[in-house]
Design a protein around this ligand. Structure first.
Ligand code: PMP
Length: 428
């Protein structure tokens, strides 16, 4: 029995399902999860001593690879000064100023501890600011696990939402309208019916939680126009896309100005961090300036701020995003070519350092229902073949892949050779 298997068995005694976040349990691919001992550069090392080229990067933040010396040094220096004060610090001011300088739509910024907190707070603020209760979200997008967001569409596209988890009161869920990603008509219909009651639209500007689905031309622009017309707040959830699809995130990449933005992952370089911010006029409604309550003992934690600022400093390197894009394109196109060689239909999406591959014969994947029709059995087999080859992909066909700058020629070539052998086995 491997040490990972032993640990998983032990973990299940004390931790529900053996994991502290569900997707880690390998429910999407079967088998037992690999337990990680350490990470460095493009690699994860498991407790049994096996190395993997990592395409999860802690689900996004490791844009520069694991254990980056400058980030590690910034954290060590901060640790010397104490772990948390629960009082204002200069480094929080520097962080807010830096975020504003990179993302001008964020005129004011509030730090929190996770992406979930960021989206939950942004939605409360949008509701408090507009005095409206309903929100619009999209099927297949994930924004963390706040009550209003764990909601699926009702029986028809325009019926009120229903909880998709026990513990979420139906009375909360009914305020969430779930529309179809990349289908502006579904959002227009929601506004036609409920326009005066909708506080906000929250959207992943490149969806990364239904595999990787970029917005079709006109979709984000259409959401912006609908919010303007109906006095609703547009929230771009850039927890995944922020500082990844471009330095200015998806809002810079697609030229869309949101009212509020939520951030996480990269802004903390792997420390538990999130942030939300946007128009000063809206942000002024947050406590203590305004009446919408939001708070956090550990928010703006000095170690997390030091890690995040060191990361933002490193993102200034010229050519960084071009290199990331080029590496990610090599993986995406390499997968497609390797699959084609063995007669396997594979569709590919890629935006900057995010990519997705779909076992589908449809040439382009732009909608959630197409993802659900992919060949999940083929995905599972491919996943385990790649894991055996030392390539660590997201253990679910509904997750995007992430590259880092630490992925060099050696790692990319190893991955593509492994992919080719795995596709050959799938075909054989
Ligand atoms: N928004 C998006 C777009 C996400 O991808 C995630 C998590 N993957 C969240 C919010 C929630 O972030 P967290 O897991 O840090 O709570």
């Amino acid at each position: 029995m491997s040490k990972s298997d032993q640990l998983f068995e032990q973990a299940r005694q004390s931790i529900p399902g053996g994991v502290n976040s569900p997707v880690r349990a390998f429910n999407g691919v079967g088998g037992t999860p690999v337990f990680i001992e350490r990470a460095d550069g493009a690699y994860l090392y498991d407790v049994d001593g096996k190395a993997y080229v990592d395409y999860i990067g802690s689900w996004g933040p490791m844009l520069l690879g694991h254990n980056h010396p400058a980030i590690k040094a910034a954290v060590m220096t901060a640790v010397e000064k104490g772990l948390s004060y629960g009082a204002p610090t200069e480094i929080e001011v520097r962080m807010a100023e830096r975020v504003r300088a990179i993302l001008p739509s964020m005129e004011q910024v509030r730090m929190v501890n996770s992406g979930t907190e960021a989206t939950m707070s942004a939605i409360r603020l949008a509701r408090g600011y507009t005095g409206r209760d309903k929100i619009v979200k999209f099927e297949g997008c994930y924004h963390g696990h706040a009550d209003s967001l764990l909601v699926k569409a009702g029986s028809g596209a325009l019926t009120l939402g229903q909880p998709n988890s026990p513990g979420v009161p139906a009375d909360f869920a009914k305020h969430t309208l779930t529309c179809i990603y990349n289908d502006l008509a579904s959002v227009e219909a929601a506004f036609a019916q409920y326009g005066q009651e909708i506080a906000c639209i929250i959207v992943e500007p490149v969806a990364g939680n239904m595999n990787c689905i970029p917005p079709v031309p006109g979709f984000l622009e259409g959401l912006r126009a609908l919010c303007d017309r109906h006095g609703a707040v547009l929230i771009l959830d850039e927890v995944m896309t922020g500082f990844r699809v471009s330095k200015q995130g998806a809002q810079g990449h697609y030229g869309i100005t949101p009212d509020l933005t939520t951030l996480g992952k990269i802004i903390g370089a792997g420390m538990p961090v999130g942030a939300f911010g946007g128009k000063r006029e809206i942000m002024q409604h947050i406590a203590p300036t305004g009446p919408v309550y939001q708070a956090g003992t550990l928010s703006g934690n000095p170690i997390a701020m030091a890690a995040g600022l060191a990361m933002l400093d490193l993102l200034e390197q010229p050519g960084l995003y071009e290199a990331l894009n080029e590496k990610t394109a090599r993986i995406a196109e390499g997968f497609k070519a390797a699959a084609a060689k063995h007669g396997i239909s594979l569709a590919i999406n890629q935006v900057g350092g995010m990519f997705g591959f779909f076992f589908s014969s449809e040439p382009t994947i732009t909608r959630f229902d197409q993802v659900t029709r992919c060949d999940m059995e083929q995905f599972k087999r491919f996943y385990h073949l790649m894991l055996e080859e030392g390539v660590y992909l997201a253990p679910s066909a509904y997750e995007a892949g992430f590259l880092s700058l630490a992925h060099g020629d050696k790692e990319i070539e190893h991955t593509l050779a492994a992919a080719e052998r795995s596709f050959a086995k799938l075909a054989g």
